[in-house]
Design a protein around this ligand. Structure first.
Ligand SMILES: [Zn+2]
Length: 376
């Protein structure tokens, strides 16, 4: 479980943390550069060289793997003393993160890792703690000392702090504390009252019980406010004081929208868990969907986040969460299984075979619920 708390580093601490973020970003970029150079140096054709330039790295230089790069860190610290200022484990995490991105690219066909621009790196991961760093109203971190923390809810008994991630959102700092309990909890099995949940744009969600939730209106308002702020930012000259001020306003607005959306998602997820014991949602590859016909709106809704929040709330409350593969749920009749073709404009499901009539999204939810016994 992750608990997130607001922390209040003083001005010097903020400067140190910002510097660490910057150093980690540079380490990440350096690791990427090294790997890119190595790859390029092995691209040359055997019988000819490029006319403009050629990367030359001796043939016996090993591939800059994760282990090799991690082992090179102590040496690098002597050349670049700045590296030594960051806690070594935090720095190692930056390299590890890069190799994770590289692995994802190689094995799963994700994008090639990119160089990170200034200000893009926004979190530091402290991967290990011998004893809980949280005492009273402060959190103790290596090389920086104790930072004031707002423990708005206590860390529960029997849980140990495993990792701490320091996050910077706009100008606000957080500590996301990963806590683990040694007692294993059995995974719940499907039981009790089942519902199927369909998410979409017209209705944020529709359940097989007929509950419809409209997408909240306040997002529209906040989005247009964001657009306004963004437009003002575009008129300012970069690297000037007023630009920085305006940039902070934009970042704060983004942060507020994220928080509001998350809050909305949690409330909906809790409501779902209260109404049922077993929840099914459709399995969708959201990255594919976002690229596809629904485009940006799909991401705006944050359906991926909503699904993982529902999963999390279910797990916490001992309810079962399941995913079903649902190609064409909107075309099927939940009562008789007949295929009823309808395009996106048609909002009502009306079956010509059995006469069953209901809201289109509710019908999808019911199909999802019915799918629960299917093999996948
Ligand atoms: Zn029917």
């Amino acid at each position: 479980m992750n608990y997130r708390y607001r922390i209040y580093p003083d001005t010097t601490q903020q400067e140190i943390l910002s510097e660490w973020l910057e150093t980690c970003r540079k380490a990440y970029n350096y690791a990427l550069r090294e790997l890119k150079d190595w790859c390029n140096s092995r691209k040359c054709l055997v019988d000819r060289c490029s006319l403009t330039q050629e990367y030359i790295i001796p043939a016996n230089v090993p591939f800059p793997s994760e282990v090799n790069q991690l082992n090179a860190l102590p040496k690098a610290k002597k050349v670049f003393p700045r590296l030594g200022e960051v806690p070594s484990q935090v720095l190692q995490q930056a390299i590890k993160q890069f190799h994770k991105a590289w692995e994802n690219f190689q094995k799963r066909g994700f994008g090639f890792p990119r160089f990170k621009k200034y200000g893009i790196v926004k979190s530091l991961l402290f991967p290990q703690f011998k004893e809980s760093p949280v005492t009273g109203n402060s959190i103790l971190l290596p090389k920086i000392g104790s930072i004031a923390i707002n423990l708005h809810r206590p860390i529960p008994e029997g849980f140990a702090v495993k990792q701490v991630r320091i996050l910077k959102k706009a100008d606000i700092w957080y500590a996301s504390i990963n806590i683990q309990c040694d007692v294993s909890v059995p995974d719940p099995r499907p039981h009790g009252h089942p519902i199927g949940v369909d998410v979409g744009l017209k209705n944020f969600l529709a359940t097989s019980d007929g509950v419809l939730v409209k997408p909240p209106k306040f997002f529209r308002k906040m989005q247009s406010k964001l657009k306004l702020l963004q437009r003002r930012l575009n008129r300012k000259k970069q690297r000037y004081k007023n630009y920085e001020k305006q940039r902070l306003k934009v970042a704060r607005m983004h942060h507020r929208i994220d928080n509001t959306r998350k809050d909305f998602h949690f409330k909906r997820a809790h409501a779902l868990c209260e109404s049922a014991d077993t929840i099914f949602m459709e399995y969708l590859d959201f990255t594919v969907m976002a690229k596809g016909f629904l485009g940006k709106h799909m991401l705006d809704g944050g359906f991926g986040q909503f699904r993982s929040i529902v999963n999390y709330v279910c797990w916490k409350q001992g309810k079962f969460f399941g995913e079903v593969n649902s190609r064409g749920t909107s075309q099927e009749c939940p009562e008789c299984g007949a295929t009823v073709k309808k395009d996106l404009k048609v909002r009502v499901h009306q079956c010509p075979e059995c006469g069953y009539t209901t809201d289109r999204d509710v019908a999808s939810g019911q199909v999802i619920r019915n799918l629960r016994n299917s093999p996948d």
